[in-house]
Design a protein around this ligand. Structure first.
Ligand SMILES: Cc1cc2nc3c(=O)[nH]c(=O)nc-3n(C[C@H](O)[C@H](O)[C@H](O)COP(=O)(O)O)c2cc1C
Length: 373
């Protein structure tokens, strides 16, 4: 595992190895979307060996959320909770970036101050669910309703929300921010022609469809400067009822435009993944993967999605990406970089505990100790 465990610089982030913790929504904040002791312990456990953690999708607005008990970054209490969490990660010598999230049409009114979801166009995300708590206190899936189309003034309001969130993230001590432009959330809803039917300057041509995403990145680099802003995309993804008539052209244009921002990294989810799951075989219609975009992007690439340590190493050796993010494996292996280094066995993850709950299946996975020790 020579490449995976070798140091790397991603923008202004200097990392001891290339095993990144992917952002994973676990729905375990305390009241009001505030990171509490349980979440802090979870991230602290995974902060070993000078690596990079990407904190889970975090709402930038009180008017857009999809998962009960997911965190936010729009109140003082949320910011203070994140600051404690960041301090705990830094104390163990790792770095942490916050994933800034506006779910757009994938929002539930009951988690969004009663507001109807907003989107580029009034097009529903078919067969896509958020998660709410029912009266018995159990989590249950809930279909997203039809959104309403944003008017142009409102787009500026969203940019202001993003700006405030970026300032709060900086003040909480994060090492950077990652725009969540993957998995069918708002920036991707603007980008793909399957979800954007606007006829104003935010729709129609590819240039117009990319405008929202690129303006968002501009807002973030205004606050953070170069080398500390990142973007996550899912170019072959279908999660959230997403589709595009020409994904290769769309994503090629996007990543070429992203070159000018001197990002910390571009984070690409491989097309074999649908949200938190593997895609069924036989899906490969219009795939665009990190290896396809490499030629058009000049900076550091993190690839994610379905990697095991061995094929992660192969991907780096072939030069298709610079770092690899692990999602599900990090949930059950808090010491994942160490296990890779020593070829220790990996613990299987517990899918039932992914979304919501207590410490079980969350912060109760031990680090590896071999029987001989
Ligand atoms: C429980 C769970 C929660 C997730 N939450 C997020 C999230 O908040 N933001 C995001 O960009 N991706 C999220 N994902 C997707 C992962 O970051 C990753 O792309 C996906 O799990 C595939 O990688 P893996 O095969 O290493 O797990 C989530 C995945 C899982 C399993």
């Amino acid at each position: 595992m020579n490449a995976l465990l070798s140091p790397v610089t991603a923008g202004k982030l200097q990392l001891n190895h290339r095993v990144v913790m992917a952002p994973t929504t676990r729905m375990r904040t305390v009241q009001g979307g505030v990171p509490g002791d349980l979440m802090i312990e979870y991230y602290r456990q995974r902060a070993s060996q000078g690596g990079l953690l990407i904190a889970e999708a975090t709402a930038i607005s009180p008017f857009a959320n999809a998962y009960e008990d997911a965190p936010g970054i729009f109140t003082d209490e949320q910011q203070a909770g994140w600051q404690r969490l960041v301090d705990a990660v830094h104390a163990r010598g790792s770095q942490i970036v916050l994933q800034l999230w506006h779910p757009g049409r994938q929002s539930l009114p009951e988690l969004s101050s009663g507001h109807q979801p907003v989107a580029p166009s009034a097009l529903i995300a078919k067969d896509t669910y958020g998660v709410v708590k029912n009266e018995q206190g159990a989590y249950e899936g809930k279909l997203f309703p039809v959104p309403r189309a944003l008017d142009v003034d409102e787009i500026q309001d969203l940019m202001n929300e993003l700006r405030q969130a970026a300032i709060r993230a900086r003040d909480a001590g994060f090492d950077g921010v990652e725009l969540h432009a993957a998995n069918g959330y708002l920036p991707e809803q603007f980008l793909l022609d399957g979800s954007n039917q606007r006829t104003d300057s935010y729709g129609g041509t590819l240039e117009n469809r990319a405008r929202f995403l690129l303006e968002s990145v501009g807002v973030l680099t205004d606050i953070w400067g170069t080398g500390r802003v990142a973007v996550r995309i899912s170019p072959g993804g279908i999660y959230g009822d997403m589709h595009d008539s020409d994904p290769m052209a769309t994503f090629r244009y996007l990543v070429e435009q992203l070159n000018r921002f001197e990002l910390a990294y571009l984070h690409i989810i491989e097309p074999r993944i649908v949200g938190p799951e593997d895609r069924n075989a036989g899906y490969y219609e219009n795939p665009v993967a990190s290896r396809d975009l490499r030629a058009f992007y000049q900076g550091t690439i993190i690839a994610a999605g379905g990697f095991k340590p061995e094929d992660a190493e192969d991907t780096l050796q072939r030069g298709e990406a610079d770092l690899i993010a692990f999602g599900r494996l990090f949930t059950s292996n808090p010491d994942l970089p160490d296990r890779i280094r020593h070829a220790f066995p990996l613990t299987a993850y517990n899918r039932d505990a992914f979304f919501g709950g207590d410490e079980r299946g969350y912060s109760d996975f031990p680090v590896f100790t071999s029987v001989e020790e």
